[in-house]
Design a protein around this ligand. Structure first.
Ligand code: NAD
Length: 247
């Protein structure tokens, strides 16, 4: 479904991002994954290459909060691969601090990675996509962007901002043949959720109409659809992949 396309996936070293990278490779894309550290990027690259030595995958670890560093890496990828067809802004951190205990630093840290870092990657990527006649941007939002959460206000706030950015860029960039969408996962079985004790997991599962947490692959399938030509007329969409938990 993605044969010959070049994709950049931030936060691609584990969890949902890693599943997206695998899914894109399985479907014929060349993928550049980003992580926060050299060690985790190398670990992800080795396990992917071990799984299939013909997959074309490489990695970088730019500081996503540094606009000039991100721009430099995105331009390097364009020079290396000739184009960037798909940008997935997936890196993110969550937070569950009660409002009384928040610090300004904590709030800013979440906003910085979950929102500003997307802006930093979008700016140089859009320039490249416009020059090549089109492209596709997919952001990782969250179920809580649509309904909030009972503590950790920075996280749903940041993900609602991701939705705003997605809707607005879809409208602005449509005439340049650049589609912009987001995926809003519900509770997904990554390291974060696996660390929760059983007595916390079961009540959460009972609140999900499909009666299970999502797997990273469930979410990656939505990213595959949105990146593919099957979604050629889909833009400005926030696609929920949450087993209807938000309702
Ligand atoms: P994870 O913690 O397993 O992976 C996060 C990824 O982001 C990693 O690849 C990591 O390298 C990268 N990252 C973290 N901090 C970074 C930093 N400072 N600089 C650069 N990269 C950094 O998380 P996950 O559960 O796979 O989440 C991925 C995305 O999905 C996030 O945006 C998250 O908000 C969103 N999400 C997750 C869930 C869930 O239940 N797991 C639900 C809704 C949305």
């Amino acid at each position: 479904m993605l044969k010959g396309k070049v994709a950049v996936v931030t936060g691609g070293t584990r969890g949902i991002g890693y599943a997206i990278v695998r899914k894109y490779l399985e479907n014929g894309a060349k993928v550049v994954l980003f992580g926060s550290r050299e060690e985790t990027v190398n670990k992800a690259l080795s396990s992917l290459r071990e799984e299939n030595s013909s997959w074309e995958v490489s990695g970088y670890y730019p500081n996503l909060s540094d606009a000039s560093e991100v721009k430099e890496v995105i331009e390097k990828i364009k020079a290396q691969y000739g184009r960037i067809d798909i940008l997935v802004n997936n890196a993110g951190i969550s937070d569950s601090t009660p409002i009384d205990n928040y610090t300004e630093e904590q709030f800013t840290k979440v906003m910085q990675l979950n929102v500003n870092a997307i802006f930093n990657a979008v700016m140089p990527a859009v320039k490249i996509m416009k020059e090549q006649g089109g492209g596709c941007i997919i952001n990782t939002s969250s179920m809580v962007s649509l309904c909030g959460q009972p503590s950790g206000v920075a996280y749903p706030t940041s993900k609602s901002a991701v939705n705003g950015l997605t809707w607005s860029l879809a409208r602005e960039l449509g005439p340049s043949n650049i589609r912009v969408n987001a995926v809003a996962p519900g509770i997904t079985n990554t390291d974060m959720v696996a660390a929760l004790p059983e007595q916390m997991i079961q009540p959460l599962i009972n609140a999900i109409p499909l009666r299970r947490v999502g797997e990273p692959e469930d979410v990656a399938n939505a990213f595959l659809f949105l990146a593919s030509d099957m979604a050629s007329y889909v833009t400005g969409e926030i696609l929920s992949v949450d087993g209807a938990m938000r309702t």
